[in-house]
Ligand binder design. Sequence first.
Ligand code: SF4
Ligand code: SF4
Length: 262
Amino acid sequence: MFKIIKKTIQYPRLTLDYPNKPFDSTFITGKPVIDNTKCSMCGECTKACPSSAIVTDEESKTIGINYDECIFCSNCEDVCKNKAVSMSKEFELAVKSRQELRKGPLIIEDRIIPDKSFEVIGKRVDEKARKLFGRSLQIREVDAGSCNGCDYEINALNNPFNDIERFGIHFVASPRHADMLLITGTATRNMELALIKTYNAAPDPKLVVAVGACACSGGIFKDMYATRNGIDCILPVDVYIPGCPPRPQAILYGILKALDRC
Ligand code: SF4
Ligand code: SF4
């Protein structure tokens, strides 16, 4: 017993001060940034991009990145001979409107609900509900067909470094107890119905947060026969968190953004 107390006193506090203090680390890979003044429009980065996230504006002769599709692989930085692309350390990228992440136009597939008896009621969360959630929040995590990369990062929110419970945010085992659905993966065709059932099982008002490139847009699995192009093809999404996978602090930022707490 004495040994345990001694150890507890010896160890410094591990929990990060983020988001109260900025998070900085040499290991952060943030979003890629393009300097169009250095770009010669050679197209090498577009060819190297595995998720076809780099788009060209023929009129202005500039290139841009759809961050909802980008997997932050840094291929574009590696192949650019003019050093026009560089990976930044910016990770606080969660937004409420997907268009804000895009350079190209946004086209969302029609929401096709596989079983009409499970109708999605996309109720918007009002100001009052956000204030209510401001005190405490129950989250149900749903893997709708991810590689588990995003799920590992979500798991890390509960470790002593991130300690998400200090914000009054808890993960629950059932959507019936949840205020927020934190969804990873593209939404595979086989998961569509399960996702809709889960959404309908969560009590109103509820928030939906799409975590990772797959959930935001389909990512590298976009337009495949077995998947949908992101969660918003099926459910109304309140916040999009890009990244592949987004780091725990980026997910925390997105959750707090959904609650209007950052
Ligand atoms: S980081 Fe990778 S996915 Fe993102 S734009 Fe560059 S090449 Fe494409
Ligand atoms: S966004 Fe990347 S890490 Fe997350 S599920 Fe998709 S492939 Fe995996």
